[in-house]
Design a protein around this ligand. Structure first.
Ligand code: C2O
Ligand code: CU
Ligand code: CU
Length: 465
């Protein structure tokens, strides 16, 4: 997509009705729940997006609940969409208006470590203080941003937003949406509980309200027979989404680290916290109908498989039919295998109850911040041998690099499943080996993306130098 105006400005001018980034003008007249908030691009250079973001307390209304006090970027949940092309520079003038310190981490973005927003690389941004994030985006895909201090609590309160980076040769679709998924617990009085009970500590804060782009009971408006492209991110603390749209196959064309070589179809798309998926789908050729997208049962441990399916959004088919829809992408560019690492970093993931009450989450029997920092010489390859000894799945996330899964349960991952990831499910009681080239200097964090597990100790640092 070429932009005559900086994209965010164009969106503001159009009042953001269909500014999910539609690649063709759509017949949608009613406001679409799937539209994300926008932010003004203050920089006239078309290759620089320069914005002001702040973190602030705000009030919002979710569905039929009384007003909820939330923490937000620029007053909205999710925060504004940051929309860029590969090679663009992003400058964010950030101010913290929260009552506690925070940072912004740019999940999945390969950037200088000083811009990564982690306690390893940045001092906390205190209440009232500011910090400028400034980096170039190198990779196409959907990324997201969120705090990296008390992240379990801060993300749960609403601090997250999407960052889209378009590549040079994006496949064509008729319409495009970004779906930022969340699941929060809202009490009868509208408030989000601030405490952490044992279940939330064990499973990650689970919700009673599914949000799509900040909206409960969201409606996604689509045209009959259209080829839609949905880029999806799961920002929930605990919930794994397993998306199902009756009668419609989701063609997965990309994930965390960009396009797949071998797109595949699924009718149950599993997305763990932190993960992203890029899917194409053909909308039924039946105007004025509705489909309900659900999240299906999934057992991630501790009897969670018994949780019933939940509605995620209504897909409303309406408006002018698309006569000649874009074709669903069939093949992507090949992904080369990384060389086989000669050294291995073993990481045994586990949980244990502690004498003082609650649980600790451990890597090789120790909890952050007591986990020894791993040293890797700049440019070297390492295998990360994950051994999940616990009774639950852990979505493992590495900052600063994409990795490839090379073996599951000791069996080599076939070429057809080779993808670039930065967050990956390590199923309970299983092993998974990743290959990574540590080609950027600095200290990079790795952790479980169930943020209660990360804050509960399943987190460490890798120093590359
Ligand atoms: Cu999205 Cu260190 O995390
Ligand atoms: Cu990250
Ligand atoms: Cu975990």
């Amino acid at each position: 997509m070429t932009r005559g105006l900086p994209f965010a400005l164009a969106c503001t001018a159009l009042l953001a009705v269909a500014c999910g980034g539609s690649t063709s003008s759509s017949a949608i007249a009613a406001p679409d729940d799937s539209a994300l908030a926008t932010v003004v691009d203050e920089n006239p250079d078309p290759h620089t997006l320069e914005v002001h973001l702040d973190a602030r307390v705000a009030t919002t209304v979710f569905g039929a609940s009384p007003p909820t006090a939330v923490w937000s970027y620029n007053g909205s949940i999710p925060g504004p969409l940051l929309d860029l092309n590969v090679g663009d520079r992003l400058i964010v003038h950030f101010t913290n208006h929260l009552p506690e310190s925070t940072t912004i981490h740019w999940h999945g973005v390969r950037l200088p470590a000083a811009m990564d927003g982690t306690p390893a690389m940045q001092s906390p941004i205190e209440p009232g203080a500011s910090f400028d994030y400034d980096f170039v985006v190198k990779d196409p895909g959907l990324f997201w941003f969120h705090p990296h201090m008390r992240s379990d609590a801060q993300v749960n309160k609403g601090l997250y937003g999407a960052l889209r980076v378009r590549g040079a040769n994006e496949p064509a679709s008729d319409d495009e949406k970004i779906l930022v998924l969340d699941d929060i617990k809202i009490k009868a009085d509208g408030s989000i509980p601030d405490y952490l009970d044992d279940t939330s500590r064990m499973m990650g804060r689970g919700g009673n309200t599914v949000l799509v782009n900040g909206t409960a009971n969201a409606t996604l408006r689509v045209r009959p027979n259209a080829t839609e492209r949905w880029r999806i991110v799961n920002t929930a603390n605990g919930r794994f989404f397993k998306l199902h749209l009756p009668g419609v196959a989701l063609r997965v064309v990309g994930t965390d680290g960009g396009p797949l070589a071998h797109p595949y179809d699924t009718d149950a798309l599993l997305i763990a916290p932190g993960e992203r998926y890029d899917v194409f789908l053909r909308i039924p050729d039946a105007t004025d109908t509705s489909l309900v997208m659900t999240t299906q049962a999934y057992d991630r441990g501790h009897d969670s498989g018994a949780d019933p399916p939940l509605d995620v959004a209504t897909v409303r088919v309406e408006g002018a039919r698309v006569a000649t829809p874009a074709t669903l992408p069939a093949k992507g560019a090949a992904i080369d295998a990384l060389p086989t690492p000669s050294q291995t970093l073993p990481m045994r993931l586990d949980e244990k109850s502690v004498a003082t009450g609650g649980f600790a989450f451990t890597i090789n029997d120790v909890s952050y911040p007591n986990i020894p920092t791993i040293d890797v010489p700049l440019g070297e390859m390492r295998a990360i041998a994950l051994d999940n000894a616990s009774e639950m799945d852990h979505p493992f996330h590495l900052h600063g690099f994409f990795f490839q899964a090379i073996a599951r349960g000791g069996v080599a991952v076939p070429e057809s499943e080779r993808v670039w990831k930065d967050t990956i499910i390590v199923p309970m009681k299983s092993t998974l080996t990743l290959a990574v080239r540590f080609d950027a200097p600095g200290t990079w964090m790795y952790h479980c993306h169930i943020l209660e597990h990360a804050e509960g100790g399943m987190m460490g640092d890798i120093m590359v130098h």
